[in-house]
Design a protein around this ligand. Sequence first.
Ligand code: MV4
Length: 448
Amino acid sequence: MFDKVLIANRGEIAVRIIRALQELGVNTLIAYSDVDKDTLAVQLADESVCIGPGPALQSYLSIPAVVGAALTRGAQAIHPGYGFMAENATFARAVADNGLVFIGPGPNAIELMGDKNVARETMKRIGVPTVPGSEGPLTSATEALAIAEAVGYPVVIKASAGGGGRGMREVESADAMIDAYAAAKAEALAAFGNDEVYLEKFVVRPRHIEIQVLADSCGNAIHLGERDCSIQRRHQKLLEESPSPAVSHELRQQMGEAALAAVRAVGYINAGTVEFLLSQDGSFYFMEMNTRIQVEHPVTEFVTLTDLVKEQIRVAAGLPISCLDRAGQPPHGHAIEFRINAEDSEHGFLPNPGTITGLRLPGGPGVRVDTHIYAGYTVPPTYDSLIAKLVVWGSDRAEAIERGQRALKEFTIDGIKTTIPFHRWVLAQNDFITGDVCTDFISLHGLE
Ligand code: MV4
């Protein structure tokens, strides 16, 4: 096991990683920006090192600042968390080139999955279902028209360098294709410096189902079931649950096998997530693979009785997965995560940074809160607005919902607007209670 690990992140995930390292008996070194000097992660870590000013490009996104801090302070490994440089192959390579361990997959797997068209073609080649569409990148609007005609409208044009919903354009009919093709390419070039695009049939009102995978360097690879992340707004997830009300034991096995085929195809090691669209007719299609620990990992931890962050650290240290016995087991009860953002959910989910003047955290049976906030903490405007994750567990979905309702009633954050009222509203909706959700839940309820 490592002696010291640098945490190249902030907020709740930095705290989560520190906790995992402390349980493993590893010394923690938190890298922080000027803006974050008074944060909980700095208080909880054994050591801290300032890596630059607030703007992320000069601190959390600076390869020399982060790698330099690990080297000068004698850390052997770097945990990137999520966001920032977690899926940056150049960073992963720089870490390795400096004799350090990147707690994540190898740079080649990151790169392969980072190009969404290459990832899709790789999955097609190994027999994982993908949405019908183009063979590789589109070369002209004429080609786009021909493929759309063959698969049927509506279709979607996606940027190869996009992902997570960035660089997507829906096309309803042939009339709109010429303009949409040009606009998609121009947008992709402006956003990613790469104008390569591909085309898929548009799956109407799907669910977002993702499979958690875990692989070690000893040849073991397992899946830990699914998360249903269908409740999103503008590609930002708001609430996630496991198991999905739409996934049977049989479908879970099929999607799990497809996810493991992806893992084997790219020689993936570490925790990862394979995203699928689940259509209303029950067919599923590969979308993307996320090569990081995800925000919503705690719901899987609850229903699989695992600690995914400790598993990540163990496998990065060359040790085997310690929860191999979880493979193929049905989920243990039901878990739901509510993302608490410093946003005004009554006014377009606009960011609402500021000072937290009062705080009452929920507790009791089946309640977990992952957060870095405390009474008196000032949420800066500089970074992502996620300030807490409320995760509840119940023996079944009905009990998880009841616990969620109870915990959201207990939870108060004074001084700033948060998404707590939004989640209370979700738990009162009949279609959520019956499990009848899709990626259009928010817009169908007029909240977009
Ligand atoms: C799609 C789709 C419908 N058909 N692809 C958005 C995020 C990225 N991972 C893929 N996304 C979508 N791809 C086809 N062929 C609909 C979406 C989509 C979506 C997917 C998951 C969760 C929320 C979403 C919201 C809007 C669109």
